[in-house]
Design a protein around this ligand. Structure first.
Ligand code: DI6
Ligand code: FE
Length: 403
């Protein structure tokens, strides 16, 4: 029998596989990973590699740790303009709502994003993307929502897709037309009609992987979001929701009712919401960057989510207003320190569970044969170092689809 030949093998590594069948992080000491045609062909104890194996390329890892490539499953990475002036005004005591009423906030980003060309959006977003990539991110989700008209939403989504061509990174796009009311428009139901009409148009262009909305007193009601979700389902698209961030409108339960991939934020979600999410298999995406920036005091109900067996992911929510955060490592630290998530939950939250939140659980998020060979290789003593340190990046190497 011919000995097995691989494209690339990483040897002498310690693996946090996150594999479903293994307890905790699925740790394998003295491990190896083998890639073939961009996918993982083997991940496990080096001694279990097939006898007589060979490879085009062998990389000795010298005891370094390998995790699945990190997944940032909730970002608003594509936008134009700069709102650090609003940050300064908030430090002077002006509230987010007052800034919003004076034409700032989301409306300021909408003006700048409408005025930018697609090329300018790509150029403005690349440094943010590069920061995530430098921390081992191999897949991220990017939302629209700073256009609020068909042409600009399409431009944002095209720019997001192009980022995945400019860099070796997987991009999932989400249409967030129901983010805020467009400047100058006051009839919410009429705008929701327009959002519902945008969905098939954008989907026909292949620009949309999922549909999201902001369900909140200052944004859209559960009834309005249900209409958007109905249009998404008609177009065959999965949904997700900014739910219960500032108040409890039953957003988590609404998301669960539509079989949402995820419900995100959840600071004000109650026991019934957690139970509904568990029953629907909807992932809880926790966003400590926004909680921190807004200096919120009510943390999401992590204990209830655990009790009900809801899967928890963590993400940056990178956006120019409430979470100017482009560090997934800092999001992990905040998940632990602010939300009391465990090290295991934080690491699973940016790998296996983040993949699940994107509907990609069969493709990425763990070190298991058949999945894309997306790896982050770390100069760390223990996995906890990824969560514990603040402002330090121990990434040694990053691999996307075996390269
Ligand atoms: N929730 C938020 O907090 C942000 N968007 C959302 O849906 C606000 C984004 C911004 O201020 O630009
Ligand atoms: Fe968000």
């Amino acid at each position: 029998m011919q000995a097995r030949h691989f494209d690339h093998v990483w040897t002498g590594a310690r693996l946090a596989t996150l594999a479903a069948g293994l307890p905790g992080l699925g740790i394998v000491e003295a491990g190896a990973v083998a890639a073939q045609d961009g996918r993982i062909a083997f991940a496990g104890p080096e001694s279990d590699l097939p006898a007589g194996w060979s490879a085009d390329l062998v990389t000795p890892c010298e005891g370094r740790w390998i995790t699945p490539g990190l997944v940032d499953c909730h970002t608003h990475l594509v936008y134009a303009g700069n709102r650090s002036d609003e940050f300064e005004r908030r430090l002077d005591g002006v509230s987010y709502e007052e800034i919003s009423r004076a034409g700032g906030g989301i409306a300021a980003s909408v003006r700048a994003t409408r005025a930018a060309s697609e090329d300018e959006l790509v150029t403005a977003s690349l440094p943010r993307l590069d920061h995530l990539i430098a921390e081992g991110v191999t897949t991220l989700e990017i939302k629209s929502g700073y256009g609020l008209d068909l042409a600009t939403e399409a431009k944002m989504l095209r720019a997001a897709r192009r980022l995945g061509v400019e860099r070796e990174v997987g991009i999932e796009t989400t249409f967030l037309g129901a983010h805020a009311m467009p400047p100058g428009m006051t009839d919410r139901e009429a705008y929701i009609d327009a959002v519902c009409a945008m969905i098939p148009a954008l989907a026909a262009e292949g620009l949309v992987d999922a549909v999201d909305g902001f369900c909140e007193g200052i944004a859209f009601s559960p009834g309005q979001m249900a209409r958007v979700f109905g249009a998404a389902q008609t177009a065959g698209l999965p949904v997700k929701l900014h739910a219960d961030q500032l108040s409890n409108l039953g957003g988590a339960a609404l998301a669960a009712r539509f079989g949402a991939l995820s419900a995100d934020h959840l600071e004000h979600t109650d026991e019934a919401g957690a139970a509904a999410m568990a029953a629907a298999g909807t992932v809880a995406v926790l966003l400590p960057g926004a909680y921190y920036t807004l200096r919120e005091t009510q943390a999401p109900p992590v204990a209830a989510l655990r009790r009900h067996g809801v899967r928890m992911a963590l993400a940056t929510d990178a956006n120019p207003g409430t979470s100017p955060l482009t560090s997934i490592l800092l999001a992990m630290n905040m998940g632990a320190t602010l939300f009391r998530m465990t090290v295991e939950e934080c690491i699973a939250g940016v790998t296996r569970e983040a993949a699940r939140a994107l509907g990609l659980a069969d493709e990425i998020g763990t070190l298991e044969p058949g999945k894309w060979c997306d790896l982050a290789i770390w100069d760390i003593a223990r996995p906890a170092d990824l969560v514990y340190r603040i402002g330090f990046n121990p990434l040694y190497a990053r691999v996307k689809s075996g390269v």
